[in-house]
Design a protein around this ligand. Structure first.
Ligand code: HEC
Length: 110
């Protein structure tokens, strides 16, 4: 197989796609449903039932795309000391916080 730029490009695409599948596959569909429920009920209590804002700011892609997934996940896990935003680390793993952050950034909250 010649190591052409196209070939290398394909290798990168396949690796990235495979990683994405592997990282989301470890959250079961049931846990994903629970997390969406948490987002709507618990986060929605402050951020609005439709996440358009309330006591907390709107969690919509237009606002969140300026943050990285890691930054948003850190806010979710640690909260914002001195504000009403509580830490969710007792309830969520790092991976689950990343998953929620990605959903919010993409506006993919069914
Ligand atoms: C008790 C109210 C409350 C609850 C419950 C709550 N938040 Fe927040 N959240 C806030 C407030 C207030 C802020 C703004 C903090 C600040 O002023 O920086 C915030 C900020 C955030 C931010 C940063 C957004 C930004 O633009 O700075 C994210 C992301 C976030 N919350 C996600 C969540 C998620 C996900 C949940 C549920 C797991 C949740 N929040 C539950 C009150 C809440």
């Amino acid at each position: 197989m010649p190591k052409s730029p196209l070939f290398l490009h394909l290798v990168v695409v396949v690796l990235v796609a495979g990683w994405g599948v592997a990282s989301s596959a470890t959250l079961t569909p049931e846990r994903q449903r629970e997390l969406i429920h948490l987002l709507r009920q618990d986060c929605g209590a402050c951020h609005g039932m439709r996440l358009k804002g309330g006591l907390g700011p709107a969690l919509v892609p237009e606002r969140l795309r300026s943050f990285s997934t890691e930054q948003l996940a850190a806010t979710i896990l640690n909260g914002r000391p001195g504000t009403p935003m509580p830490p969710w680390s007792p309830f969520l793993s790092q991976q689950e916080a990343n998953w929620l952050a990605e959903r919010l950034k993409q506006g993919d909250v069914p």
